[in-house]
Design a protein around this ligand. Sequence first.
Ligand SMILES: N[C@@H](CCC(=O)N[C@@H](CS)C(=O)NCC(=O)O)C(=O)O
Length: 230
Amino acid sequence: MIQLYELAGADPEVRFSPYCWRIRMALAHKGLEPETLAWRFKDRAKLPGKAVVTQVPVLLDQGRVLSESTRIAFYLEHEYDSCPSLFGGPAGEPPTRFIIHWADSVLNPGLFPLVVADVFAALHPRDQAYFRESREKRLGRSLEQIAAARGEFLPGFRASLAPLRRTLAEQRFLGGEEPSYADYAVFGGFQWARVVSPADVLAEDDTLVAWRSEMLGLFEGLAAEAKRAV
Ligand SMILES: N[C@@H](CCC(=O)N[C@@H](CS)C(=O)NCC(=O)O)C(=O)O
């Protein structure tokens, strides 16, 4: 049985990591059902073998321990090659790397100030001091200052979605007619925000709302049914 370590909040059922969501969706795409294990920042627990988890997702499969969502996705693609391709075949792999890097370097950092205070609120008290210290260092401001400035970050974030909006105005999914890992890499960020935040990061009339709803409904509503912190 495949096991997947995922970041959990105070409520162990609340799973919000954007990188873990990529892999949950990728596993479902392959028709694989993992056992998911709650992991918290302060649980730098040893795994079977010698590995220590410092970042999730971590996937355990057939005695292998894999970290880094992109590495895990490519592992699943090639290890489970008789299951539906995550990339629409080999030609889809190189351009998907660009989309992953866009999500890692533009989308998720753009979401970060919008959700960081909500993530803090959702965390187990044991994780909060570490999270506050590490994230305030990264942002150069207190979580409260960031939360108060949400309205200043929102327009820039929404403007940064233009390439995504334009692409999805022309095709149903980033993968074309069917969703692919490119969709999961991007959707992870939106699911992160949805699970932790009461406020929507998209405007009501944003055309991306339709794509996000389709993503939420995939695999019998895997993401839609996920427990939210709010
Ligand atoms: N590049 C990694 C990023 C994973 C990542 O940032 N995970 C976060 C949770 S969303 C984490 O485990 N952080 C541990 C920490 O900040 O101590 C991937 O793609 O898997």
